[in-house]
Design a protein around this ligand. Structure first.
Ligand SMILES: [Zn+2]
Length: 117
């Protein structure tokens, strides 16, 4: 059984399609051909930037998204999207300053509406 694809708009107004837990970006359009690229693939292209928030907490910036550090166990560190409180479910793990695993996807609603807190 394959889940129904749902169409929506990304933060930047690009068309995205959600199939189950996967989200795809409309990548290119040649004539009638449309290529969809899994959004998670993006994490491989973008280098994470380790930075500090205004309050001095460690954050990771990946493209347009920012992640807060949640906890650390062993050599692994868990991070969640800064919009987690607004309902975004994206999170990731790092090990030795490299992203080793990404969970969930960014909820476009959590990122677009500023009044959800
Ligand atoms: Zn997010």
């Amino acid at each position: 059984m394959f889940p129904e694809p749902k169409f929506g708009l990304s933060q930047r107004g690009n068309l995205v399609v959600q199939i189950g837990e996967w989200r795809f970006n409309k990548h290119a359009c040649w004539g009638s051909k449309v290529r969809w690229t899994c959004i998670k693939k993006k994490y491989g292209y973008l280098n994470p930037v380790f930075a500090q928030s205004q309050r001095g907490n460690p954050v990771i910036m990946i493209g347009q998204y920012r992640f807060n550090r949640v906890n650390k166990y062993g050599s692994r560190t868990r991070w969640v999207c800064v919009k987690a409180k607004a309902g975004c479910r994206a999170s990731l793990h790092t090990m030795d300053n490299a992203i080793v695993r990404v969970w969930g996807f960014h909820d476009p609603l959590a990122h677009t509406s500023a009044n959800r807190f």
